[in-house]
Write a protein that binds this ligand. Structure first.
Ligand SMILES: [Fe+2]
Length: 206
């Protein structure tokens, strides 16, 4: 619901939350599932790879959670959307430290890594009047300049690694990796009064 999205976005475009990734456990999972990475949106040859944290049925195929959902829907006459991808994959226990509070509210959620040259061109994640989800984000490796540039509404973002953030990706943004491989989690979170309260009540105060 848009009013829930706007209720969060009034507090900022980049809101740090009181949730952190436990790297030691996470890195064990990365090793275990190293063969499960797939090309992110295989319709485009860009150095972007995805590893599912949720998917339609809990597998790592990336079909269609790491494809272009719009194009997959068009080809298959479906209407899948972010909230439909809510089955946890076996990677869950290794990222649970940072996402556990939102476990019952997660839609399409995955890790993305990009090699040098990998990028998401300028876009908005939302274009509709009603916004049923928002994006939570965890920077894991090399997400800040000079390795990676995340520019939101013409501002270069600087992240604390391992922290969970709300990002107002209804605003125009571009992400590009210029040097070493970057890695981050994108968690599409289904907006209800409960999940909105979880975000608002976990905001860090400076
Ligand atoms: Fe985006």
């Amino acid at each position: 619901m848009s009013y829930l999205y706007d209720t969060i976005a009034r507090y900022g475009d980049l809101i740090p939350l009181n949730c952190n990734l436990k790297y030691k456990i996470f890195e064990e999972g990365l090793k275990l599932f190293d063969d499960k990475w797939v090309q992110y949106n295989p319709r485009k040859k860009i150095a972007r790879y995805g590893l599912s944290i949720t998917s339609l049925d809990g597998n790592f195929s990336g079909i269609p959670d790491l494809d272009s959902i719009n194009e997959y829907n068009r080809e298959n006459n479906l209407k899948l959307d972010e909230p439909d991808f809510k089955t946890l994959t076996p990677l869950w226990p290794y990222v649970e430290s940072v996402l556990s509070k939102f476990k019952n509210h997660l839609g399409r959620t995955h890790i993305i890594k990009m090699s040098a040259g990998g990028q998401f061109p300028s876009h908005r994640d939302h274009y509709d009047r009603e916004l049923p989800t928002c994006r939570l984000f965890v920077p894991i490796y090399n997400c800040n300049p000079p390795y990676n540039y995340f520019i939101l509404d013409n501002k270069v973002l600087n992240f604390e690694y391992g922290r969970l953030y709300f990002l107002n990706t209804a605003k125009e943004h571009i992400v590009f990796t210029s040097k070493q491989e970057s890695m981050f989690i994108v968690a599409n979170t289904i907006l209800t009064e409960k999940s909105t309260d979880l975000i608002l009540h976990n905001m860090l105060s400076s």
